[in-house]
Design a protein around this ligand. Sequence first.
Ligand SMILES: Nc1ncnc2c1ncn2[C@@H]1O[C@H](COP(=O)(O)OP(=O)(O)OP(=O)(O)O)[C@@H](O)[C@H]1O
Ligand SMILES: [Mg+2]
Length: 574
Amino acid sequence: MRTLLPYMKKYWIYAVLSPILMILEVLADIIIPYLMSRIVDIGIANQDIDYIVRTGVIMILSALLAMAFGVMSAHAGARAGYGFAAEIRKDVFKKVQEFSFANLDRFTVSSLITRLTNDCNTLGQVTMMSLRLAIRAPFLMLFAVIMAFKINSSLAKVFMVAIPLTALGFILGLKKARPLFRKMQSRIDRVNAVIQENLIGIRVVKSFNRQEYEEKKFKERNDSLRDAAMEAISLVIMLMPMLNLLIYSTIIAVLWFGGQQVRIGNMGSGELISFITYITQVMMALMLISMFFMQLLRGIASGGRILEVLGTESEIKEIENPVKELKDGSIVFDHVSFKYPGSREFTLKDISFHVESGEMLGIIGSTGSSKSTLVQLIPRLYDVTEGSVIVGGVDVREYDIKALRDQVAFVLQKNTLFSGTIRDNMKWGNENATDEEIVRALKQAQAWEFVSKYEDGLDHWVEQGGSNFSGGQKQRLCIARALIKSPKIIILDDSTSAVDMSTDAKIQKTFKEELRDVTKIIIAQRISSIRNANRIIVMHEGQIESIGDHETLINTSPIYREIYESQEKGVVGE
Ligand SMILES: Nc1ncnc2c1ncn2[C@@H]1O[C@H](COP(=O)(O)OP(=O)(O)OP(=O)(O)O)[C@@H](O)[C@H]1O
Ligand SMILES: [Mg+2]
């Protein structure tokens, strides 16, 4: 928890103010029963109306003061708590942005979402409540006990039985509750995972008529969350009646012993009334303490999950004095092998090839043959397990990561657009891009033909994930976004799969004519998309089956020939 403390820096004034105001509130609160006993024992006993009014006014003022301090303290507490949470959330978000693909694989996106929302919120709430409860309860108890002793010290001895008894109950309860809260938090994770997966894939779920199955899956996890929550809350529920029982027993004891003292004249009846009020306050304080600890348990569970994120270093580390500039777009793979983190088998096995700057390299192979894995190593989305990837004459691990990724544009296979205008999306590639540059990139990617038809042109709105565009339109926008970077290397991972053949051919033509100095790596399922490449790699089960240009491969690679023939026949058959 100490690691999280610096996040309070901006709000420390509120964090300090809240408890101070709280103490003032308690002081104002605590005096009221005392004043009441004075009214009964002095004012009423002597029938002194003047005294009653004077003390009554002070009582009302105290109550008003208590209220004012209470509101201010709550306000300061909320500011400190939620400000604290916001600062943490900001940093967790930043950290997640720095995460490598491997980190993301490990945490999973849904768990990160829960941590960013639910856990940060919990931490804020807990902080807010702690600032008030943790201070209020002990002070309330302390003052109330002092006042009770002041009124009648022999009667106040009941506390010596009541307080330890309650404390014991709480300690036992909390011990049991702790693991239960942790369980609850991880079940929230599981529920969020289904929700997230489902909402993102809701169209797929519907088209496969899988609602029922998904509902069942959701119900199971939802129920198990409910059960875990109930298990944890049941303990809390049990504590309340137990506490009440204790309060009433104590009051009865006080009435019994106190009544005798009033009868023999050792104690005023007003004193007895206020004594009982103080007892109730002490018991309330104990209840607040127990609530505080419950909250604290939730806070610790959430805080731990947040620290786990904050404490994770990206596996992709930069060296000191990294290289900032790619000399050219040449690429060399030197005996590269690669394993996904956590996976036992090698996904890439002993890959060696080279591409000259400005060349076009095609990659083809069956699904799962590790084409995407291969190209992800070039902008260092993952690090190699063995061997090295050399870009522009320098090992990718020696580059400044930002510089490397700025100069290697990658159109991912599972690409996405973001909510905003088309212009906003294009500016992802280059913040300073002018409209002319954007239009040029859109033209090169053959996207201008449909963008120019929109009345609002570049201001046309893109929904989250680009859901208001067709698959092929989306792919072309993604290609344009990559081109705006003016990269030295551009990688298209199956990025024209949804684009019709003739548009695909146009894209290739512009690539060849206008991007002469840019190294182009194109992964495709269609031979027609890559047949003009200077070199084509045929991937098979994580290895290079053969490498060469179209003509060579037709003669030397059985896999290539098979793909070619099946596609040719397909075209003839149409
Ligand atoms: N993030 C990941 N973590 C673990 N294993 C992965 C991950 N991504 C892919 N793999 C595994 O690596 C292998 C190669 O996958 P890859 O995506 O590189 O194939 P591909 O040739 O691009 O296939 P496709 O043509 O379908 O896109 C697959 O067996 C896959 O299960
Ligand atoms: Mg792929």
